[in-house]
Design a protein around this ligand. Structure first.
Ligand code: FAD
Length: 332
């Protein structure tokens, strides 16, 4: 039986696709470094799985890992639940990390749940912030009860403390040279792990500008009312060279894609300027814009919650204001 004190170090799962690590992997390394400082400088380890991915190790060391554990094998070419779970669970049980962080992406969510069960620990999903308490436990903050409260979760009796963290919550750290080493680890896949096969891969077209990278974001909400009027949101964005985002209802209506939804179960964004049109401003949306620079809200209801978070507000029907704005910007 292991003691809690036997578990040391912070591990980060590196999500990569075709040899290209997802930005969130670097963000989690930055989070791990911050937590490591509060844990007296414990080791930060990046867990890299794939086929022909060893070369990615140097970048992971540069951006926060003290050590990279690399499982490089043809059976790990594409993400599949069973082989990835097998390799990672084994490594955890052999090495005893105290904290294991994964991205709150579809891959991270799928993998984290399986691994947590295999290693007999808990899991906090979709965290919006992390910290360490005076006792050294990981504090995992998650919006709960439909976002009405922010719950802080602890896992005091089990290790590792596992959490998935939303992309965009942390920022990639400054690169630092001369840190750590890349170690290859054995891959013990069992025949039953190979029941799954990736049959085909489809790539979604990415917009020219993603809402996470954009300096200006124009976001629309349910108040836009219909697909025909949604074009005003897009026209305003075009004039401002902004990216288009939205709340949950526009996603449900098919006006935006999943990549464009902002908030608790969507993207966290940090534009210099955010313009919210026909958006009420419930917490599930607001958590995604808490680090935005200037927030401008357009809503016809003066009591709309978004005005509490806005730097500038217009109490108006967007149908009157947006055409004027688009026309005015067209003159410039
Ligand atoms: C677990 C969970 C996770 C969720 N995750 C997310 C998430 O990640 N992101 C997200 O956005 N939502 C999320 N939601 C949904 C969220 O709770 C809200 O339902 C949603 O954000 C509301 O979107 P809205 O502000 O566009 O719509 P509404 O709340 O319906 O607001 C519409 C606003 O438009 C205004 N309006 C109407 N007509 C006009 C007009 N002509 N001109 C100007 N203003 C007008 C109204 O006054 C109103 O304030 C989640 C919910 C749950 C339970």
């Amino acid at each position: 039986m292991k003691d809690l004190g036997d578990w040391k170090g912070i591990w980060v799962f590196v999500e990569q696709e075709e040899g290209c690590p997802a930005e969130v992997s670097f963000e989690l390394l930055a989070a791990a470094r911050q937590l490591s400082l509060k844990r007296g400088g414990v080791e930060v380890v990046a867990l890299l799985l794939g086929n022909g991915v060893r070369g990615l190790g140097q970048d992971l060391l540069r951006y926060g890992a003290d050590r990279v554990l690399c499982a490089d094998d043809p059976s790990l070419e594409k993400y599949l639940t069973l082989p990835y779970t097998r390799v990672i669970s084994r490594l955890i049980l052999e090495n005893n990390p105290e904290i294991f962080l994964l991205p709150a992406t579809s891959v991270g969510a799928d993998l984290a749940a399986r691994v947590a069960i295999r290693v007999n620990t808990g899991l906090s999903a979709h965290c919006t912030s992390l910290d360490i308490n005076p006792g050294g436990d990981l504090l995992q903050v998650v919006p709960a009860f439909g976002g009405k409260v922010m719950a802080t979760i602890l896992c005091p009796k089990h290790r590792p403390q596992m959490a998935t963290i939303r992309p965009g919550v942390y920022r990639r750290g400054e690169p630092q040279e001369g840190r750590g080493k890349v170690e290859e680890v054995p891959v013990h896949i069992q025949p039953e792990d190979l029941r799954q096969k990736a049959v085909e891969t489809h790539w979604e077209k990415k917009p020219a500008q993603t809402i996470e990278d954009a300096e200006v974001v124009v976001a629309g909400g349910a108040g836009i009312g219909n697909g025909e009027d949604w074009k005003w949101v897009e026209k305003l964005a075009e004039k401002l060279q902004a990216a288009v985002g939205g709340t949950r209802p526009p996603l449900d209506e098919g006006w935006i894609s999943e990549e464009q939804m902002i908030g608790q179960s969507g993207k966290t964004i940090r534009p210099k300027l955010y313009i919210g049109v026909g958006i009420s401003g419930v917490i599930q949306h607001l958590v995604g814009i808490q680090d935005a620079g200037t927030i401008i809200a357009i809503n016809q209801d003066p009591k709309a919650g978004i005005f509490q978070s806005a730097d500038l507000g217009a109490v108006a029907d967007f149908r009157k204001i947006l055409p004027l704005l688009v026309e005015e910007l067209g003159r410039k």
